[in-house]
Each structure stands twice: as C-alpha cells, then as structure tokens.
Design a protein around this ligand. Sequence first.
Ligand code: 5GP
Length: 196
Amino acid sequence: MVQTYLIVISGPSGVGKATLTHELLNRRSDLVLSVSATTRNPRPGEKNGRDYWFLSKEEFEQRIKENYFVEWALVHGNYYGTPEPPIRQQLKQGKNVILEIDVQGGCNVKKIFRDQSILFFILPPVFEELFNRLKKRGSETLEEIEHRLQTAHLELLRQDEYDYTIINDDIERAVFQLMDILDRRLSNSHGKKSEH
Ligand code: 5GP
C-alpha cells in the first residue's frame, strides 16, 4: 500500500499560503486540499464547501462534542477546525492531504499523525512586509491586521516544531523548494504531473 501523508502549511496571515497551496495542487495529482470548517463570516467571493464550511458557533460546538474534528482552534476569535472523516477517506484512497491551518493546529496534527505528517512553516522575507500585504488585500480592518500581526509573532515562537521552514521571497522559488521536498518525501515522485 502507498504511504500517504498529511501536509501542513502554516505561517502568518498574508505570507502567501493560499497561492503556494494552489501551485502545489496544480503540480501533483496525488494532492488534495482539506476544506476546514469555520465560524468566521465568508469574505466576498468565498464559497461554502470550497473555501470553508461556514458554520454557526452552535453548529461548530456541536461537532466538537461529536469529535468530528482532527484538530480545532480559536484563531482571531473564531473557531477553525479540520473535519476528520474526509481526510481519513482521502488518505485511504491514496491521496496526500494538504491542510492550510494555524500553528496550534499544525502542532496538534503532528502529535496525532507523527511520521504521517509533514509540516511546513512559511515565512515572509521581511516581517514588516506582512502589514503591506494585508493592507493591500483589503479584507481586514486595521485593528484586525494588528491582531493578525500579533498572532504571527506568537506563532513564530513555535516554528521549531515544524519539519521545514520556507521563505517566500519569490513564489517560484518557494514552490520549487516545496516541490523538491515533497518529491523526495512522497513515494518516489508518484503523482507528479507531467509538464508540457
Ligand atoms: P483566514 O480567516 O484568513 O482564512 O484564516 C485564519 C487562520 O486560520 C489562518 O492562519 C489559517 O491557516 C487558519 N486556519 C484555517 N483553517 C484552519 C483549521 O482547520 N484549523 C486550524 N487550526 N487553523 C485553521
């Protein structure tokens, strides 16, 4: 049987996790994305079931009681969690599952899945640049941006618990590094899409 993995991508808000994840999904056919559940409001353009499962606080808390999540955390005042049944099924079907989650979640995944997890911590080249990126994105108020930057500083303290640190100074280079590690770690490049 093929060994499959949970691949965790963490790092501060605005560092480019979504773009990197998207690039990885384009390049390896054996990767799928875990859709998390959250109680935060959808941003413009976000779709239920594609970007997140958007739940009420009551629904989320009910699922915590039912042990529906592999891990869950309070991030910036909202609940976020990784649903367990889909990822167990995908791993069984020979897929490697990408989780774009915060550092609390990543460390909990490591505790449960140990050698079956590969953790990547994504860093900006210069920390101050995050502020500009978040401001440009325009989906948070200045107060929310402040809060996210404070969280980012706290998360940095736990980067040693991650397997790899990637600096996203150039998207192509960061993708290349990630792919290189994944090609070595995931069953002999099985699943790599051919390039035309
Ligand atoms: P955003 O609201 O910007 O989409 O996400 C905020 C933070 O929550 C990000 O750091 C993101 O990685 C994290 N996050 C998203 N889904 C999950 C999840 O299922 N579990 C945990 N622990 N964090 C998550």
